[in-house]
Write a protein that binds this ligand. Structure first.
Ligand SMILES: Cc1ncc(COP(=O)(O)O)c(C=O)c1O
Length: 481
C-alpha cells in the first residue's frame, strides 16, 4: 500500500531540511524529488508512490537473498524475544559465539595451495570500515608486540577502497575525495593494481575489451608483481601488511584482477614477513561466485575482513578474522597492555548475528555460491553479445555478480567522456526511471545484484541496463532527459 501523497511531500520536505546523505552531492539532491523506499519484496524495492525497482545494487552490495526473507525475519524475531542487544565487552552472547565458530569453518574450507595458517579468531565490529580499521590495528599491533617498536608503514594496492574512517582512507587514499584529510593520514606505499587497461593491446585481440584480452592480463600481472617485488625490496622490513581487495577492486571502479596476481602477491609478502590483509567486505559471502574471493586462487590471508553480506544484508555486522599467531601476540597480563583496545557499542549485536547464521544456512541450502557463479556467466555472455561492438563501451569487468561497464567517448583511440557530463550518473538515472536501482562509479556503470537472484529477474535487470546505456550514449551531450 503506497504512502499517501501528502506524506511523501512531508517526508521530502523533512529530508531536504535535515538529512545529510552519504556520498551524495547535497545541493543537486535537493533539486529533485527523492526516491523514498517504503518496503522491499524479494529482489524489488518499492517507493512511497508504490513504484517498483529491481534492487540492482543489492542495497549497496550487501543484500544476499532478497528482502523480507521469511527464514531471516524469523531468526531475528526469535532473537528479539530473547534480547535485542547485549555488550561483548567482557561478556558474551550465544549468536555471536555460534557465528564465530561457523565463520571459522567456512573461511578455512578451501585448502590453500601454498602454506597459510588457519584463521581461528573472529573480532566483530559493525561496518566494513571498522573491519578494515581493526585489521590495520591487528597487523601493526602484532609487529609491535612481537618486536618492540615494530614496523611503521603499510602497503596497499593503488585504487583500492577500504571505507571512510581515517585508517581506511590512509590505505585507500583517493586525492579527489580525501584531499582535506591528507595531513591526517598515515604512511602507506601504494603498489599498482594489475590493470589490463595499462597494457598495450595485443595484435591478435583487436577490438577486444582490455579485460577480456588474455595477453594484456598476463602482462598486467607480471608488471604488478614486479612492482610489488620492488616495493618489498625497499620497504619489506618496514611494512606491517599489504592491504588488498582480492580479485576485484570494487568501489575504486570495479577493477578485475587477472588470475595469478592474488596468489603471487600473497606468496611474495609471506616470504618477506609482511602480513596480508584481504579486504573481502565487498567480494566475500558468495558475491564473486566463491564463498570468499580468496578461495578462487586458493590463498589464505593472515587477516580477513567481512561485512556487507555477512548478515544477508539485513543488519550492520562485520567480522575481522585472524590467525592464532596474530591473536596470541595480544595476550599477556592486563598490566602489560597487550590487549586489543578496540570495540564498538554494538559490536557482535545478537540480532545481526542471528540474521547472519540464518543467512549462511540459506547460502548452503539454496546453493547461493553456485547460483552467483551461474549468474556471473549469464552476465558475461549477455553483455558480450549486446555490447561487444558498442562504440561507447570501453570495457566490461566482472567477477561473479560484481559487474562494471565502463563507458567511453571513443574506444579506439581510447577517450573518456568529459567527466563534467556525468554519463555514468545519467545512465543510472535512466535505469531508475525504467525500474532498476543502480549506482555509478564515475563513468563505470555498476550492476551488483544479490547472489541469490533468480535468472528471470537478472534478465530483466540486464535489459534495463542495456536500454539505459543506449538511450543515454546515443543522446547528444547537454540534453539530459
Ligand atoms: C572493499 C570494501 N571495504 C570496505 C568498505 C567499507 O564498508 P562500509 O561502507 O560498511 O564501511 C567497502 C564499502 O563499499 C568496500 O567495498
Amino acid at each position: 500500500m503506497p504512502i499517501a501523497a501528502p506524506d511523501t511531500e512531508r517526508l521530502t520536505r523533512l529530508d531536504h531540511a535535515h538529512v545529510w546523505h552519504p556520498f551524495t552531492p547535497m545541493r543537486q539532491w535537493r533539486g529533485r524529488a527523492p526516491v523514498i523506499i517504503e518496503r522491499g519484496e524479494g529482489f524489488e524495492l518499492i517507493d512511497t508512490h508504490g513504484r517498483r525497482y529491481i534492487d540492482g545494487y543489492s542495497s549497496l552490495w550487501c543484500n544476499v537473498h532478497g528482502h523480507r526473507v521469511p527464514e531471516i525475519d524469523t531468526a531475528i524475531r526469535e532473537q528479539l524475544d530473547r534480547v535485542a542487544h547485549a555488550t561483548m565487552l567482557g561478556a558474551a552472547t550465544a549468536p555471536a559465539i555460534e557465528l564465530a565458530a561457523d565463520l571459522v569453518g567456512r573461511c578455512n574450507a578451501v585448502e590453500p595451495a601454498t602454506p597459510g595458517a588457519r584463521l581461528t579468531k573472529v573480532f566483530y565490529t559493525d561496518a566494513g570500515a571498522t573491519a578494515t580499521e581493526v585489521a590495520l590495528k591487528m597487523a601493526a599491533g602484532f609487529h609491535h608486540h612481537r618486536a618492540g617498536r615494530g614496523r611503521d608503514l603499510f602497503l596497499a594496492v593503488a585504487g583500492g577502497y577500504h571505507g571512510d574512517t581515517m585508517g581506511a582512507i590512509s590505505v585507500g587514499f583517493l586525492p579527489a575525495m580525501h584531499g582535506p584529510y591528507e595531513r591526517f593520514v598515515f604512511d602507506v606505499r601504494r603498489v599498482p593494481a594489475p590493470d589490463p587497461r595499462a597494457q598495450a593491446p595485443t595484435a591478435g585481440a583487436a577490438g577486444e575489451w582490455p579485460s577480456w584480452d588474455r595477453e594484456r592480463g598476463v602482462a598486467a600481472v607480471d608488471a604488478a608483481l614486479a612492482a610489488l617485488d620492488r616495493a618489498l625490496d625497499e620497504f619489506g622490513d618496514r611494512a606491517c601488511a599489504l592491504m588488498i581487495e582480492p580479485i576485484m577492486q570494487g568501489a575504486g571502479g570495479m577493477v578485475a584482477h587477472p588470475p595469478g596476481y592474488l596468489a603471487g602477491a600473497v606468496e611474495r609478502c609471506r616470504s618477506r614477513g609482511v602480513l596480508v590483509i584481504a579486504d573481502e567486505v565487498a567480494t566475500g559471502i558468495a558475491r564473486t561466485g566463491a564463498f570468499l574471493a580468496c578461495d578462487t586462487e586458493r590463498v589464505r590471508p593472515d587477516i580477513l575482513c567481512l561485512a556487507k553480506g555477512l548478515s544477508g544484508g539485513y543488519l550492520p555486522l562485520a567480522a575481522t578474522l585472524c590467525t592464532e599467531e596474530i591473536a596470541s601476540a595480544f595476550e599477556g597480563e592486563p598490566h602489560e597492555h597487550k590487549t586489543l583496545y578496540h570495540g564498538h557499542t554494538y559490536t557482535g549485536n545478537p540480532l545481526a548475528c542471528a540474521a547472519a547464521i540464518a543467512s549462511l544456512e540459506l547460502i548452503d541450502e539454496r546453493g547461493v555460491v553456485e547460483n552467483a557463479r551461474r549468474l556471473g556467466g549469464v552476465i558475461r555472455d549477455r553483455l558480450r553479445a549486446a555490447l561487444a561492438c558498442h562504440p561507447h563501451v570501453g570495457d566490461v569487468r566482472s567477477r561473479g555478480v560484481m559487474t562494471g561497464i565502463e563507458l567511453v567517448e571513443s574506444r579506439d583511440p581510447w577517450a573518456p567522456f568529459d567527466p563534467a557530463r556525468g554519463v555514468g550518473a545519467e545512465v543510472c538515472d535512466e535505469a531508475r526511471r525504467r525500474g532498476l536501482m543502480i549506482r555509478p562509479l564515475g563513468d563505470v556503470v555498476v550492476l551488483n545484484p544479490a547472489p541469490a537472484m533468480d535468472e528471470g529477474t537478472l534478465g530483466r535487470a540486464l535489459d534495463l541496463v542495456l536500454e539505459a546505456i543506449d538511450a543515454v550514449t546515443r543522446r547528444p551531450a547537454g540534453r539530459p532527459r
